[in-house]
Design a protein around this ligand. Structure first.
Ligand SMILES: [Mn+2]
Length: 396
């Protein structure tokens, strides 16, 4: 009998046969904007490059339906989705209509891919858990090894991506760590691990990539980060990261001051605010990070209400084009005191709350305590109303 991992390898081999058969001039690698997404793109780009396959990268903060429709509208392409895509594999399949070889390497909760040309190699399909056992980058690394067994040197990037998993390296990541130590790709350094070729800690690389992808989203941060994953960080790049981080902190400070003065708006179960353009120029991930931060500010937020923050989404997606509509991003965070109630199923989890509140007009994803959604600007108040209704009706 095959182990689950062998089943994954078999499916990967099938996708790889197609990949080698289809003479696509250039492969598009669509990836997420956080450190895991950047590591995922770096592994995939490098592994394909070593096979003589040219790649282009496109970093998306969210799976915008019109972007997916556009990417799949013509024939003869090969498209990878890394650390993104599984949760929308059904929609991607619908748009693809058997046109393009599409390979998804992700760890978010998957939907069924119904197109024979769409391969979702998410290891959740093979019994592993994307919350604890592997990251998007781990999935990409296992694919890279299936592509060519000489790709073991890329293991450090799987570990960097997996730093987003709070539990530490367990499940598949534990195996990857052993492999990386055996090959001397990483070395134990105190409690952590150092990437041998860069003399940089895994955690340090992770933090830098988080800033480049999120804060630097609109100024080439993702692509710079993907390259730095493979080549390391120059002095200039360190400087750029510091500038980005300072700018974010300044915006956080201004918004925090404003919220202490004006306080948050409230419904019965939700406390919310709108940052408008206060983060202009920065990627929309920053609003979620700010919501997390204030969830610990006992003098500002109520411990028993969901926190919801809005910011405006700039209309231009770098390397793709202009969105046809104006959007806002909404992030939800659940204060710590409410976590047990979610675990016991007594109140709605964050992602369920947003999925329900934005049915028909939003793209929501996330987890039980943290989630986000992008909705058209004109649906902002409707989202707040729907969210309140969703929470209330779940309670009754
Ligand atoms: Mn991830």
């Amino acid at each position: 009998m095959l182990t689950q991992l062998e089943k994954f390898e078999q499916m990967a081999a099938q996708a790889i046969r197609q990949l080698r058969r289809v003479p696509s001039e250039e492969v598009l690698v669509v990836h997420h904007d956080d450190a895991d997404g950047l590591c995922s793109a770096a592994i995939t780009k490098e592994a394909l490059g070593r096979e003589g396959i040219k790649t282009k990268t496109l970093c998306l903060e969210k799976v915008y339906p019109e972007v997916v429709e556009d990417l799949h509208s013509s024939n003869g392409k090969t498209i990878f989705y890394v650390d993104i895509g599984s949760s929308h594999a059904d929609f991607i399949s619908q748009c693809n209509k058997e046109r393009n070889l599409t390979i998804i390497l992700d760890h978010h909760d998957p939907k069924a891919a119904e197109d024979p040309k769409v391969f979702d190699l998410n290891l959740e399909h093979y019994g592993f858990k994307g919350e604890t056992d592997f990251s998007g980058a781990t999935c990409c690394y296992l694919f890279a090894k299936a592509l060519n067994k000489n790709n073991l040197d890329l293991s450090y990037l799987a570990l960097v991506g997996s730093c987003e998993i709070p539990k530490g390296f367990s499940g598949l990541d534990k195996l990857v760590l052993e492999e990386a130590l055996n090959e001397n790709v990483v070395q134990q350094k105190g409690k952590g691990f150092e990437i041998t070729k860069f003399k940089t800690r895994i955690n340090t690389l992770f933090s830098k990539l988080q800033i480049l992808g999120a804060v630097g989203y609109y100024e080439g941060g993702p692509e710079i980060g993907v390259n730095a994953c493979l080549k390391g960080f120059s002095k200039e790049l360190e400087e750029k990261i510091n500038v980005l981080e300072t700018r974010r902190k300044e915006a956080n400070r201004r918004l925090l001051g404003r919220l202490y003065r004006e306080r948050l708006n409230e419904t019965e179960h939700i406390q919310w605010f709108d940052a408008g353009n206060m983060y202009s120029g920065m990627g929309t991930k920053v609003i979620g990070q700010f919501c997390s931060f204030i969830s610990y500010q006992a003098r500002l937020v109520k411990p028993n209400k969901y926190i919801l923050g809005f910011m405006n989404v700039p209309p231009e997606i770098p390397k793709w084009g202009r969105l046809s509509e104006r959007f806002v991003k909404a992030s939800v965070r659940v204060p710590k005191t409410l976590h047990p109630l979610i675990n016991e199923g007594k109140i709605l989890g964050a992602v369920n709350l947003l999925v329900e509140a934005s049915t028909d007009f939003g793209v929501a994803d996330g987890h039980q305590y943290a989630a986000s959604v992008v909705v058209p600007v004109k649906k902002k108040m409707l989202l707040v109303e729907n969210a309140e209704k969703a929470v209330s009706s779940y309670l009754s």
